[in-house]
Design a protein around this ligand. Structure first.
Ligand code: PMP
Length: 423
């Protein structure tokens, strides 16, 4: 083990996990490129936090300007947080007219749940089987992907799996959610919310068909519960629309935001209906020391303005089509079971056998490690960790698509060859 790995273990402890068999020591980023301590360049096809690209000048400038002037909290009047909130809520359909700010996606989900629990009087929450929603004790107990027991008030349902699911995926998802509602009722638990990542990222990335949430949301609302769309991963243009829920004809009751919101600066938020915040505000108080601070608001505004002025959702939609077309050329690899996605969010599900659809977990790990070794960063997701996850900064361009797909092609061949030699 190298000294820096040993130092990490000693001082940070073992709960932090590193990416890749040969961990990267990155020192600099620009646009969609990252550079390690030896000056080696990597194409970043994984990180969605730097949505505009690493070290984007508009963000650096807004941050430095506001930090040199004033950084304080939401207990004083300041235009920055208002300007940002106005601009942000204007990107949402009615009746989502109000915003509150946090420092992370976890805090956003935590706040959304407090609002939902206050408004409904229930505390039951439905999540998907391999969901991840955050780091707090409340959210860890409704993030089955962590492998910890879920809370007694939480019910899990299989995601709307367009690859392995049989028949009408949306109807099956709706039936599972209705059964979870019935089970809560039997246990005397009031339904507060259906909380889903509208891209189902940690479940393996499921986007289609576009009405696959309708029946589930109807079942929860019929029981008095609310629909919380977790846009922490899918939000801010990646899907080809500003919000990934917009692909569906549904309007959530609450939307939670994070990751790309500050292009790397820690900001999160909740956008919701006016009446829900009226109820919450009448019964509760909310002060988040750093959430919505002056610098964060200036950064958030710079990120949003750049997304809008550069039409990054449109770019994600157009380049996403090209990416989808080029990824199709990988279907010749026998391990490629399914390729799916929207905009600049794509998953490639690897299987050991296309008939049985047995997840190729080891191969997915080998491919991501091999790609990194060869200078292109991607990730994996899904309950069986067999879905290659492609989620680049939206500054990605056509030449990067070519570089990514060529690297994938080579890695899939190399790793499948190595695995068959091992057998
Ligand atoms: N929701 C989803 C869907 C996420 O992917 C994450 C982070 N991986 C979170 C919530 C939590 O966000 P954060 O790490 O900013 O607290």
């Amino acid at each position: 083990m190298t000294q820096s790995l040993l130092d990490r273990r000693r001082v940070l402890g073992p709960a932090y996990r590193l990416f890749y068999a040969e961990p990267l020591h990155l020192v600099r980023g620009k646009g969609v490129e990252l550079f390690d301590a030896d000056g080696r360049r990597y194409l970043d096809a994984y990180n969605n936090v730097p949505v505009l690209g690493h070290a984007h000048p508009a963000v650096v400038e807004a941050l430095a300007r506001q930090a040199s002037l004033l950084n304080t909290h939401t207990r004083y009047l300041h235009d920055a947080v208002l300007d940002y909130a106005e601009r942000l809520v204007a990107t949402f359909p009615d009746p989502l007219i109000r915003a509150m700010f946090t420092c992370s996606g976890s805090e956003a989900n935590d706040l959304a749940l407090r609002i939902a629990m206050t408004a409904t009087g229930g505390n039951g929450v439905i999540v998907t089987a391999n969901a991840y929603h955050g780091v707090t004790a409340l959210l860890a107990a409704m993030s089955p992907s962590l492998g910890l027991p879920t809370a007694p008030t939480v019910r899990t349902v299989p995601p709307p799996d367009s690859y392995r699911g049989q028949g009408d995926v949306g109807a099956a998802f709706g039936r599972s959610v209705a059964a979870a509602v019935a089970d809560m009722r039997r246990a005397g638990i009031g339904v507060a919310a259906l909380l889903v990542d509208t891209t189902f990222a940690s479940d393996g990335l499921f986007f289609d068909p576009v009405d696959h949430l309708d029946e589930a949301v109807a079942a929860v609302r019929a029981a008095g519960g609310l629909f919380i769309a977790d846009e922490v991963q899918g939000g801010f243009g990646r899907s080809g629309r500003m919000w990934s829920f917009l692909r569906h004809s549904l309007v959530p009751d609450l939307v939670t935001l994070g990751k790309p919101m500050g292009n790397g600066h820690p900001i999160g938020g909740v956008v919701t209906r006016g009446d829900l915040l009226d109820i919450f505000g009448a019964r509760s108080r909310y002060f988040n020391t750093f959430g919505g601070n002056t610098v964060s608001a200036a950064v958030g505004l710079a990120v949003l303005e750049t997304i809008q002025s550069e039409d990054l959702p449109g770019h994600a939609a157009r380049l996403g089509e090209q990416l989808s077309e080029r990824l199709s050329s990988l279907r010749g690899h026998p391990s490629v079971g399914d390729i799916r996605g929207t905009g600049l969010y794509r998953g490639i599900e690897l299987v050991t056998d296309r008939e049985t659809r047995e997840p190729a977990t080891d191969l997915a790990k080998a491919v991501t490690d091999d790609m990194a070794r060869n200078g292109v960063l991607i990730g994996v997701c899904g309950g069986a960790s067999n879905v290659l996850k492609i989620r680049p900064p939206l500054a990605f361009q056509a030449a990067h698509v070519e570089e990514l797909v060529e690297a994938l092609d080579k890695s899939l061949s190399r790793c499948a060859g190595a695995q068959s030699r091992e057998r």
